[in-house]
Design a protein. Sequence first.
Length: 293
Amino acid sequence: MQTGDSSANGWIASAKKLPRAAWRRIVYMPLTAKFTLAFLCLFYGLLIAFIVIVTPARIGQFLYDTAQRISGHPLGWLLLTGMIFLVSFPPAIGHSTVLNLCGFAYGIKGFAVAGPASLFGSAFAFVVLRYFFARRLARWSSTHEGWQALETVVKSKGLPLMVLIRVSPFPPWVYSNSLFASIRSVSLWQFMVATIFTFPRFLLYVFIGSRLATLADGEQRGKMDKTARILNGVLVAGGILLGIVAGWILYVQMQKQLKQASPSAAEALHEADEGEPLLEDSDEYERRDRDDV
């Protein structure tokens, strides 16, 4: 019984520290990151207000009509490709949403756009980030033991661990791109091979988008009987649930592999969720470390 009580107390104590830790994280962010965070909060606040005011049915119809205009344009696929390239660079977000849009516009055939665009978009981000941040990577690696441990583990485990990290939902897509660009032992061809293993997840996103499209269009929805609507809803919910369960299993396996090799490497991977070392202000980071001591 005492073990259960101590475990519960530990969770409560950790929960109490979260607000303060989050606030400290925000305070020590570089100015550009603060502006980005403020913009995202404003954007999602306005988005929620828009959904409440306009109603989901009208929004769904608008998205469907927009997707049909994209698919009807000869260069619609190029627009979606450009969007995928854009959201492959941190701190942009929305990769899975754009893949859903591919399904909205082209049905399951949208994977022909989503897959190659994600592969080459992430490869382009990998090359650009590594080229422009080469000096910062060298400084970071030389002063952070956790990052050195992560580089050593990835180098020793090789491609299998790279694939496991890549297919895991954490770090998210955009920060996974920056993570691999940060690890100097990872070559471009290894990164691209690991990315190919994420194609099943991309196909799932496109499939969910294609099913949502049939439910979003009022005309198609009106022609469906109750059974067809329920079936489409079940397919969408099942696809989302499958993605969550598979992602969680992969994440647990990835953490297990890293912790067995080096606990500090697993901790360094958590830092990559926040864009470190590429997006972190190194001076602020060192000052924060001194304050924590």
